[in-house]
Ligand binder design. Sequence first.
Ligand code: PXP
Length: 239
Amino acid sequence: MLTLGVNIDHVATIRQARRTVEPDPVSAAVLAELAGADGITVHLREDRRHIQDRDVKLLRQIVLTHLNLEMAPTEEMIQLALEIQPDYVTLVPEKREEVTTEGGLDIISNFHRLCGVVDRLQSAGIPVSWFIDADVAQIEAAAKTEAIFIELHTGKYAEAKQEKSQKEELAILDRGCEQARSLGLRVNAGHGLTYWNVYPVASISGMEELNIGHTIISRAVLVGIERAVREMKIAMRGE
Ligand code: PXP
């Protein structure tokens, strides 16, 4: 059964805009689980622009489904993961100046170092997922690291403007999923998926989990705004 990992980073983005205590991504995780989320995903970035260390530590305690920690394969993050023990880790590339994760990780160029990262995390009981493009050579390299999962980067599919290029990108994801599974990898996908483009990716055979964030938090802001305004009017009346 295909599962949904809800990425709650952007709840923290709103909080960090004011460096205050609301909205708390930990509360968002509880509500997401009540609504049926199968997992909670957060990206602890080196610059701490949204999720903070405190969030991940609290989430580890309260998440009842599974906690997927997205992080760069740096020493600082490895130490944190070993301490916090998420249910799995998704290793992503990270550039300070980027608005969001821009591309999949290049496993091939850093193969030996990255094999060591998988070994350290998986020896400590934390399964590893590689966030990579659906590229034949990268998928082969991912399998050779002995990681349990890959997460296929769906950004190119999501950004494709024409139906033809969207179909081509979908076919690449489909083939990537099949190749990965034939090599014994479990396959997730995510990035840029929306209410409008999710279904074809959700229909790819063998896909296990979709990690989706921005579109869900965007919709939450809009579907919640009427109630929030009504409740402020009530608060102003002292009721
Ligand atoms: N998967 C990975 C590896 C990501 O880095 C992100 C963004 O943090 C997502 C999934 C979710 O992407 P989006 O917010 O576009 O749904």
